[in-house]
Ligand binder design. Structure first.
Ligand SMILES: NC(=O)c1ccc[n+]([C@@H]2O[C@H](COP(=O)([O-])OP(=O)(O)OC[C@H]3O[C@@H](n4cnc5c(N)ncnc54)[C@H](OP(=O)(O)O)[C@@H]3O)[C@@H](O)[C@H]2O)c1
Length: 251
């Protein structure tokens, strides 16, 4: 058994106030990373900041950012602030997602489709684009897109969320192939599987969250993908609930 070592890594996590994002961010910090916590919920981010500092982990940064409504200039400004503060990024975890329940495409209102596409597809694209110069400053940078197995099957009623997860998979493949030749950036995707979070409760109404994996159970896969141990791994997809290279990590 071994422990992942993420010391001196600077990692941006979107949706850091959510169920999986908070647990991953906390654990990245516990293993030495400095984490930039991106989210829109002030209280959740501040609570997480306090937890991380109380743990004795490196002090995180909070990036208040609304992925559904920030204009392109705000993305440029965010990247400029990260550049001023850290000078580089070693990891970018696309984890935020918008899923307001299941609905047939026939009834899905445009007023939900558009903001869902903004959060689930346009935002990961814009954020990746502005962060690429920072990722290029790292000797070993990892971009991770969070997918969803149900959406990737094209399961009915997953709406804009499902379509965007599918598109994110395509974007991740493209980016992996575009960066592998002449950068030290790797790009991989991860499916956390069914995890007891707010997002899961919107699609599994009536099932208690204890029926699903807890966020901490799937964290090792994220530590692997965002840490140096996955240095040689590019353009691959992982299921966080399976055994994988991260199984060697001690609890
Ligand atoms: N849980 C599962 O069973 C499951 C299964 C497959 C894939 N996933 C994927 O896992 C990832 C994490 O989901 P989760 O289960 O941890 O869900 P969650 O607890 O609901 O977290 C989602 C996060 O996204 C953030 N977000 C949503 N809209 C946003 C916006 N406009 N601007 C900024 N942030 C926004 C939320 O912020 P607020 O806290 O402010 O709302 C929240 O922090 C998602 O990509 C999801 O697709 C989850």
């Amino acid at each position: 058994m071994t422990q992942p070592d993420l010391s001196n890594r600077i990692i941006l996590v979107t949706g850091a106030g959510g169920g999986i994002g908070a647990e991953v961010a906390r654990s990245l910090a516990r293993h030495g990373a400095t984490v930039a916590l991106l989210g829109r919920g002030t209280r959740a981010l501040e609570r997480l900041y306090d937890d991380i500092v109380a743990d004795g982990s490196p002090e995180p940064a909070i990036c208040h950012f609304k992925l559904d409504s920030e204009p392109p200039e705000a993305y440029e400004q965010l990247a400029a602030t990260l550049a001023d503060t850290f000078g580089r990024l070693d990891g970018l975890l696309h984890n935020a997602a918008r899923l307001h329940g299941l609905a047939p495409l026939a009834n899905l209102p445009l007023s939900e489709w558009l903001p869902a596409v903004q959060v689930n597809l346009n935002a990961p694209f814009m954020l990746t684009q502005v962060c690429l110069p920072l990722l290029k400053q790292s000797t070993d940078a990892s971009v991770v897109f969070t997918l969803d197995g149900a959406a990737l099957e094209g399961r009915a009623y997953y709406g804009a969320y499902g379509a965007c997860k599918w598109a994110q998979q395509g974007m991740a493949h493209m980016l992996a192939r575009e960066t592998e030749a002449n950068t030290r950036i790797r790009v991989n995707t991860i499916d956390p599987g069914p995890v007891g979070t707010q997002l899961r409760s919107t699609i599994a109404t009536g099932t208690p969250s204890s029926e699903f994996a807890s966020p901490d159970a799937i964290v090792p896969a994220y530590l692997y993908l965002l840490g140096p141990d996955s240095r040689d791994c590019n353009d691959r997809h992982f299921n966080a609930g399976d055994d994988g290279p991260w199984s060697v990590y001690a609890d």
